[in-house]
Design a binder for this molecule. Structure first.
Ligand code: ATP
Ligand code: MG
Length: 402
């Protein structure tokens, strides 16, 4: 096999002066974690790039399929190497460029010569290798500005390294580099997408789900576990808190007028979520709300709901159209699970005509007859916690990443 390592270019983290070192360490740990179930990786991190050793074809293929999902990577390239002999270098260049033999493409050779004792200078190497490539592949022509393919050659002290392919990474920031938040995860389309977008910005997530048996079934709970599990493939475990919510929902239905019950339900959910958030040491709450999508997501409703806490509520989808949310859901692989037709606790208790402009004073007035504080504490206490994915060895090894 001609490839010896994979070179990784950092995403936005390169601009983060002071925190750069933490970001790089975090990215390295996250890459290790992403492959922990299959193989150990030898990773060398430098200031502006990272190298992963590859010993065989199988490892290369695995890296090529999983690395594009790790946040914090701008792009990566398989790197080949040979001894510092110009004939071997020509041979290697021919092998690397073979993948471009079927198309009319432009290329150029870029040389970096850190070993100053190498007998040919950069220009001479460029000429020799460029000429060899042109002679071997008639479909390729040289273009210095914006070529389709750039064959990069580095003459280092130990060997010569070459690469041509640049594979786009997922972008974003390494998960964990921007703290931890609690995602309110329903079984719908929106909240998994909201979670994904926050993970992409470097946020580590725990998730909370409100469950109302017997009105909601085990199937709907399984769906939420599946969704949380799908989010873990972006490179981090997720702890899922399942809240028994029936008692609170039934009382709201009894005590709050029907057209305001949705607002109260959301307020109670947020109060429970905020308690759990505090217990787990997360700084913000993430939801899949999108402005105007349903009655509970008008500005008036959001204001009445938000009133129960001063914790930052992150709503990454607030200005995103439903069709655009769906296309992200499809791309990240949560859509198929989200559209499974299991009931959710809100659809069952949804009133026929919820208020789009609920009055905060009225909602708080009707809530004031019930001791919700106690019920909220009980729901928090009686929650069930699952760690996803359910693979014990990985969790143990990376317990510090939770
Ligand atoms: P989604 O597609 O995410 O379910 P939605 O458009 O159906 O969103 P709502 O049902 O109004 O919208 O929910 C708004 C947000 O409230 C959700 O995105 C989610 O963050 C949170 N939420 C709703 N129901 C639950 C639940 N049962 N458990 C946890 N969070 C929930
Ligand atoms: Mg929903």
């Amino acid at each position: 096999m001609i490839f010896k390592e994979i070179l990784i270019r950092y995403g936005e983290l390169s601009t983060k002066g002071r925190n750069k070192k933490d970001f790089i360490n975090r990215l390295r740990e996250n890459i290790r974690y992403s492959f922990a179930d299959v193989l150990p990786l030898n990773i060398r991190a430098e200031r502006d790039r990272m190298f992963i050793e590859i010993e065989n074809e199988e490892k290369l293929q695995l890296l090529m399929t999983r690395l594009p999902e790790v946040f914090g990577i701008q792009s990566f390239s398989p790197v080949a190497s040979c001894t510092k002999d110009i004939d071997e270098m020509k041979e290697l260049a021919i092998k690397i460029m073979e993948q471009y033999k079927d198309e009319e493409l432009t290329f150029k050779v870029e040389v970096r010569r850190t070993d100053k004792t190498f007998p040919l200078d950069s220009h001479a190497i460029q000429r020799e290798i460029g000429g060899t490539v042109l002679r071997n592949y008639q479909n390729l022509s040289v273009q210095v500005r914006k070529p389709d393919v750039e064959l990069r050659i580095e003459v280092r002290n130990d060997a010569v390294y070459m690469m041509a392919q640049v594979i786009p990474g997922a972008g974003g920031m390494p998960i964990g580099s921007n703290g931890k938040s609690l995602l309110m995860l329903s079984g719908g389309i929106d909240s998994p997408v909201a979670g994904y977008l926050m993970m992409k910005r470097g946020v580590r997530l725990e998730a909370i789900h409100f469950f109302s048996p017997p009105y909601t079934s085990e199937n709907s709970l399984q769906k939420v576990k599946d969704l949380a599990n799908e989010l873990t493939k972006f490179g981090a475990n997720i702890r899922l808190h399942i809240i028994p919510f029936t008692e609170i929902q039934v009382l709201i239905k009894e005590r709050v007028p029907e057209n305001m019950s949705m607002t109260s339900t959301r307020r109670m959910m947020l109060r429970v979520a905020d308690k759990v958030r505090e217990e787990i040491g997360a700084l913000a709450i993430v939801t899949g709300e999108s402005l105007g999508q349903v009655a509970s997501q008008t500005l008036d409703s959001l204001t009445a709901i938000n009133d129960v806490t001063s914790t930052p509520i992150l709503r990454p989808l607030i200005a995103t159209d439903k069709l655009d949310i769906i296309s992200i859901a499809e791309r990240i692989g949560t859509y198929e699970t989200s559209i499974q037709p299991y009931e959710d606790c809100c659809t069952i208790f949804t009133p026929a005509s919820p208020k789009t402009k609920p009055k905060l004073e009225k909602v708080t007035y009707y809530e004031s007859f019930t001791e919700f504080d106690e019920l909220i504490d009980r729901a928090v206490r009686n929650r069930e916690v699952h760690i996803l994915p359910e693979k014990k060895n990985v969790v143990d090894k990376f317990a510090d990443l939770l």
